[in-house]
Design a protein around this ligand. Sequence first.
Ligand code: NGQ
Ligand code: ZN
Length: 456
Amino acid sequence: MTEVFAKQALLPEGWRHNVQITIEADGTFSSITPDSTQKTDVPLLEMVVPPQISLHSHAFQRAMAGLAERKQNPDDTFWTWRTRMYQLAHRISPEQMQDVAAFLYMQMLKAGYAQVAEFHYLHNAIDGRAYASPAEISSRLAAAATDAGIGITLLPTLYARGGFDGSPLNDAQKRFASTPDTIARILSDLQSEWRGSPLVTTGVGLHSLRAVDIQGLGNLLQAAGPRAPIHIHIAEQQREVEACLAATGQRPVAHLMNHFPVDARWCLVHATHLSEGEVTAIARSEAVAGLCPITEANLGDGIFPFEAYVAQTGRFGIGSDSNVLLSPWEEIRLLEYGLRLQSQKRCVALPPEQKGSIGAWLYRQSLAGGAQACGMSLNGLQPGARADLCVLDERCLSLPDLQNDDILDSAIFATSSPPVRHVMCAGQWRITDGHHADEARLTKAFHATLRTLMAA
Ligand code: NGQ
Ligand code: ZN
């Protein structure tokens, strides 16, 4: 049993002071008691919030952060970026993938994340052949997460065709080739390998409507289990909306909902281009909209119709996606700033009738949506939940003596790097004073791997 005492902590019911926090040996909270008196020998933490959740990540893309920012064409787009990204996807080995992911997951912890949903679609060897174990790369991602000490929802992702016309995968996509059966096999291998782990859970990814035939997925979704999360890239680019319309006569969300009873198990990632009817349909479905503001800005995707969506109580969370930059604080800041620039207003994200702190509201809603999308039924500082804590570094905030929601507004809008001091995941301190216990080893392996990758 571990005990800590927080001067200020964000609990599910709001900010509370003098909170006694007790953690069981199994890595869950056993009690959270506000208005307590600090016992001797129990360490004092100034400002405590639940760590954030990245509900969408492609770990390997961390290996090209900052390398896709050169103009190559009169018209650089998402699709030219994708060609560049495929060059990396085409040559990274399973061992290199693990080194990159372990380093990335350490960086996520340092930035204030304690959970990641890894949307993983690179399943085959470089020559396109299946590995002897189909879960070869997926297992390495789980190993990377447990090595760094972050929670992971692994989403082995189906990628079966080149486009709506059923065209085959091209050479650059051969490593992604999978069928509902291979994904079901990866899932069952992962489930038996990681059963009982407090850090590893699973769900299913469907790459996109263009890469997956949504007929005949019944068995796969059943194999995943009745509560497993299901994630899909839904409508990131206009071009895929047009292709969907041309092939099916329906827009992507409408097409998806025509085939599945989309509900709270679903996470619709990059629901960027929506009709008004689709906004309402997602909000009503209780699915989570997976928003990745930094990557969506980086790739020139467009802006999600956030105001209309939250006015209808739509659920959402944030994802680091391409991992070009790791900061939940900056994801949230950019989400709000995109809306301000677009609407020429301030404090836009809150639903119309609501007043109060933008930062705190976005932080808490993102957590709720992230937890739902990761299949975490309990999350936050409450008994029974996994013991995850983020202790903020008050010295890094913009002003002294901040209280309650002002803390999150400062951390999001007025502080340039993540103001994170310590992070606990599943009852263990993974980050202390800004550092990871295995930082030197993980960094060295990442650098060595990057040098090999760049030389190849
Ligand atoms: C991905 N990334 O799967 O890595 C995609 C690009 C695609 C984002 N959508 C590839 N942000 O959509 O075909
Ligand atoms: Zn993605």
